[in-house]
Design a protein around this ligand. Structure first.
Ligand code: GLC
Ligand code: MG
Length: 560
């Protein structure tokens, strides 16, 4: 290897430099399913803390914690009843503080989730609104409206919920009579805030300050294309599409221009903390808009630092589709000097191994070996692209989706509300296997009598962390090596990106002057770049040739 391809700083970690988020690898922790420390079958903050050394040795730079706030758990924490408290199953504020302290000691940054579009119907504001009656100031913090029809028996408009069914639920008034309706773009247990109400704005500013004061490095913003609704809440001809597709497509319910004012004010707040503490605080949005240019508008220099680039996750396994998506990411999303946040997995989507295997929840696992081979190649592709990368727990283990969870154990509101038409997201949320033996594969402490909140299949043993640490060729080792190289070989994280011309069905590009990534989507082996030396292959056969469904990282001027 040549000297300038290798960073003189052996760790190469971004540390506290401004802009750490531009090239970081962030690991998403679904707290409920990561590690249970107290034997109740539910993951918790103590469990996350106990596994920080694992994350450190994996080589990630930061963690993002899914919501761990007080919640009746109808949507597993995305129905927040108190934004300033920890849900009792997950721990308490002291446990959170210990987690942040230890993460920072290990040079891991901590990002927490903020859910501003809606709150639980058990939130104090909502119960007060129901109690206060129609027309009260309390009701104006939400979208309460009288029903249509002679007796108000029909919803106020035709909007549909992303999780299925009408986006409205009718309450009983305090005197017991059938009453007004409230808007819920997700489950009925999640009431949408009225973002035109100044108290909502003030409330969230206080929430942000509370967690920033506790030392968090960033905020992941749930449904960042939501919040405001079109004034007057008009019907929309295609409102049903939200329910049919599960995507936010009703133009009256989503992506209103006013939402950008919120992101500008949150950005100013983040900058205030950055300036005062010298530690950069960042905002990453879950922006569900489907148009790439619209998505880019959320990450203008004075708005969110970044937003997840879901087009990459949605792209089928083909050179053509992925090259187009990468071009859109690098050309359009990053146009405002805000790097792309690549993502292949999260807690809302079937796992990539299963997608690439042609499987689907409730249908079949597909060809798992094929899916794994492709997921290995996809990991090298993603980790060689310019920008930051979000990994979802279990991705580094190559975990397939659990596609055959019985109906009776499914908890996702989407399953129930679509009458089973959409199976829901439980299959990517099954608790992690840490050990190949033991009752809950090490998810709960030895001797626990409560089973994990979702059942783990027998074959999880094969994917357990302990087994993968023993095998030099496991998915876990691949991720560890790739992340180590990304830190050591500066060009991989920071070098200029350039496509190389290749034969059809192959993607190849360089980073900086010396590093190339080649991914083979075709059915024939392809040659590695002339005179190159292999840095890392997605499987042992990668060398002078890259086999079908394989990928390699190569050092280009190895001969010089
Ligand atoms: C986001 C979350 C998802 C949740 C929804 C409603 O899409 O990622 O898990 O169900 O928002 O809060
Ligand atoms: Mg627990």
């Amino acid at each position: 290897m040549t000297a300038d391809a290798i960073s003189p700083n052996p760790s190469g970690r971004p540390g506290d430099m401004l802009g750490w988020w531009r090239t970081s690898v962030i690991y998403q922790v679904y707290v409920r399913s990561f590690q249970d420390s107290d034997g109740d079958g539910v993951g918790d903050l103590g469990g996350v803390r106990a596994r920080l050394p694992y994350l450190r040795s994996l080589g990630v730079d930061a963690i993002w914690l899914n919501p761990f706030y007080a919640s009746p758990q109808h949507d597993h924490g995305y129905d927040v009843s108190d934004h300033l408290a920890v849900h009792h199953e997950y721990g308490d504020l002291a446990a959170f503080d210990r987690l942040v302290r230890d993460a920072h000691r290990l040079d891991l940054k901590v990002i927490v989730d903020v859910v501003p579009n809606h709150c639980s119907i058990e939130h104090a504001w909502f119960t007060a609104a129901v109690a206060a009656g129609p027309g009260s100031p309390e009701r104006r913090r939400f979208h309460f409206a009288d029903g249509r029809g002679q007796y108000g028996e029909l919803p106020p408009n035709n909007w549909r919920s992303i999780f299925g069914g009408p986006a409205w639920h009718r309450i009983s008034e305090p005197d017991g009579t059938p009453g007004q309706w409230y808007l819920h773009t997700f489950a009925p247990e999640q009431a949408d805030f009225n973002w035109r109400h100044p108290e909502v704005t003030e409330h969230f500013e206080a929430v942000l300050r509370f967690w920033l004061d506790r030392g968090v490095d960033g905020l992941r913003i749930d449904v960042a294309h939501g919040l405001h609704k079109r004034d007057g809440l008009p019907d929309h001809e295609f409102a049903i599409d939200d329910e049919l597709t599960g995507d936010p497509v009703n133009p009256h319910a989503w992506n209103q221009p006013e939402v950008h004012d919120v992101w500008r004010s949150w950005r100013a707040l983040a900058e205030e903390y950055t300036e005062q503490t010298g530690r950069e605080r960042v905002l990453i949005g879950e922006v569900g808009v489907l148009d790439t240019a619209e998505l880019a508008s959320y990450q203008r220099p004075d708005e969110l630092h970044q937003s997840f680039f879901f087009e990459f996750l949605r792209a089928p396994w083909s050179a053509e589709s992925l090259s187009q998506v990468i071009d859109r990411g690098l050309g359009t999303v990053a146009a405002h000097d805000s790097p792309v946040a690549w993502v292949l997995n999260n807690h809302d989507m079937p796992r990539s191994v299963t997608r690439y295997a042609g499987g689907a929840p409730g249908v079949s696992p597909g060809d798992v070996n094929l899916g794994l081979t492709r997921a290995r190649a996809a990991a090298l592709l993603m980790l060689a692209l310019p920008g930051s990368v979000y990994l979802y727990q279990g991705e580094e283990l190559g975990l397939p989706e659990v596609v055959d969870l019985p109906d009776a154990v499914l908890t996702d509101p989407m399953f129930r509300r679509t009458g089973g038409a959409r199976r829901g997201r439980d299959g990517c949320r099954v608790p992690l296997p840490w050990t190949s033996a033991g009752d809950a594969f090490g998810f709960s402490p030895a001797g626990s009598h409560t089973p994990p909140w979702l059942p783990q299949p027998e074959w999880f043993a094969h994917y357990s962390v302990d087994r993968q640490l023993e095998s030099g060729e496991s998915m876990l080792q691949l991720y560890r090596e790739a992340l180590a190289l990304r830190h050591r070989v500066r060009a991989l994280a920071a070098g200029r990106f350039r496509w190389l011309s290749t034969e059809p069905g192959v993607l190849a590009f360089t980073r900086g002057d010396n590093v190339a990534c080649v991914v083979n989507f075709s059915s024939r082996p392809v040659c590695a770049p002339v005179g190159s030396q292999l840095l890392l292959g997605s499987d042992p056969e990668v060398g002078d040739k890259v086999p079908p469904n394989g990928a390699g990282w190569f050092l280009l001027d190895a001969g010089s």
